[in-house]
Design a protein around this ligand. Sequence first.
Ligand code: NAP
Ligand code: ZN
Length: 346
Amino acid sequence: MRVNAYAAPAAGRPLAPTTVERRDVGTNDVLIEIEFAGICHSDIHTVNGDWGPQPFPVVPGHEIVGVVAEVGSAVSTHRVGDRVGVGCMVNSCGECTNCRNGDEQYCLQGMVGTYAATDRDGTTTQGGYSTHVVVDAGFVLRVPEGIDPAAAAPLLCAGITTYSPLRRWGAGPGRRVAVVGLGGLGHMAVKLAHAMGAEVTVLSQSLKKQEDGLRLGADAYFATGDPATFDELAGRFDLIVNTVSASIDVNAYLSLLTVDGALVNVGAPADPFAVNAMSLIGGRRTFAGSMIGGIAETQEMLDFCAAHGIGAEVEVIAAERVNEAYERVLASDARYRFVIDAATLR
Ligand code: NAP
Ligand code: ZN
């Protein structure tokens, strides 16, 4: 079927209305009528060419929530009318060690991204800034009742990308967690770490969003633009989650860790980081990275959010405002995730 969408025609060019072809519903597929699609900074990195050449035209969008419109004959996990979500991947080999361990995002054959990737049938994937999508049932999540669908969409990327490292590095009672950058990922990290019982500090460029940060669950809020912050917080945190979309002074942040503390990077800037050996060895510190999360873990995150009444803070926009939203994300001016209302594409 041919469906309406918004696509970037070439690197760095504004997105514009178009149509894309969705495959017929195969035996293991789910056809989703999209309700909402979040705008992730990764969409912007991709269409701006930060991560190298892309198969343009690209329809971005990997924070998708919608309703099941049709299922293939072999699908028993989802039914017509169910509210479902799709995140950053739509396929993987299913057979390698990582897939079998539930780490499909690290599939040894390469996981298939929701857009700008080559699917296992050889076609190029197109993402969620669209009215419909067809996805293998194994990559379709259940969105629990009780989470507003627009607020649920960003959980599919921003939510799982922060939930996974918070869990792995033990955010919980008695642990001091700092979140660098209060954007789409950062505001989810604050909510999730707070719900896990950790003491949460936001490290933002300025104090502009301090009131919001505290309302979202932070216990403290500091401006990284003020050099005194780094003296005051030296050696303080067990875990720092860096969500910044630009390169940061990693050594300055490593100095804020306890002995055995970890700085986990989820931001994906084009420029490399510079790490001094002394910043790590002078405190047995870890500098790590993490990419989204596996499918089972993503479901666990959605269920956790429903149990704790957590959704993203969203500004719902018509699709025609997508380019304006990109500008505001680039200016760190999203509060805190733009979400496209797919009804405006019909
Ligand atoms: P976002 O909404 O733009 O948030 C990024 C935040 O970083 C901004 O709100 C800002 O926070 C801070 N920031 C921006 N530029 C900065 C600079 N030059 N110096 C210091 N701080 C700066 O972006 P997002 O959607 O949360 O994504 C964040 C990054 O994570 C992107 O690089 C994205 O590609 C990546 N990502 C990675 C994964 C993964 O699997 N690892 C998944 C999704 C996204 P303040 O205003 O509070 O300073
Ligand atoms: Zn994303």
